[in-house]
Write a protein that binds this ligand. Sequence first.
Ligand SMILES: [Zn+2]
Length: 323
Amino acid sequence: MLVLICTLSFFPTFATAQAKLDRQVAITIDDLPGGMANNLPAADVTALTTKLLTTLRDQKIPAVGFVNEKRLYKTGEVDERIKCLQMWLDYGFELGNHTFSHSSLNQVGLRAWEDDVVQGETVTRMLLAQKKMKLRYFRHPFLDTGRDLLTRQQAEAFLIDRGYRIAPVTLDGWDWMFAGLYEDAKKRNDAPLQEKIVKEYLAHHDAEFAYSEQLSAKIVGYEPRQILLLHASNLEADHIGELLELLRKRGYRFITLEDALGDSAYSLPDTYVGEEGNGWLEHWAITQGKIPQGAPAMPQWVIDRTKELHLSTGQVSAQTPAP
Ligand SMILES: [Zn+2]
């Protein structure tokens, strides 16, 4: 009888907790017009952009795409590549700056990095102006925010001075790593391998989301409006719908980056500096003197295959074109 009473009293509480679950996430997509854009013909970049944006538009998902204008400059293809950026705006999305050549603040030094930020504005600012929009968001390449606090603060002051709001990241499943393998499998028409990669990509993101939700509760005290980092790739073009479904199953609804940045979590103290780029949950944790633990590991076969194909594993990130 006692057990029955306990059970009965437990259920209403549980139901209330479930009903209150209102997770929010903003989608951001880096390395426009495409992370592998240097290796893909413009027609392929157009095809993947169309597919990616059609899914997002049909499902009414707000998104900001972050541009590396260097990826526009391929002989004979500049116009078509610029049209890919134009498509983002025509479909109702927004563009931000991700520097011209994807340079790491931790590698090139402040002055060269600032030049790269400015050089990255030219085409994007013009396209936005035609839509009466302003260039207002910036995303650090490799999430490298500076290897010492002075550099970090000077870089941030520079960005603010140029009218930018920094776009942090709180959810990151390293999709670019799966995207490299997927590109190779797709090129070779290896359907079973593509399927295996997609399954792993979804499972890894699910684990990463669970980890970040727990870390949020521990560090922030609640789950803030999250900001998810993805990359423009054939993997996302073909499968972002499944990732969005996975997020919905976890209780997420999709909000704008502007909405997400309204969460007071993004004003938490943050004095993180390091050689390696990191997400903002980790920034806040380390600022609080806590070491984040239990992040899901990248599956070993993904790491091995990435090495076999001589793609970036993120360990030598600044020397290689991805992520
Ligand atoms: Zn990037």
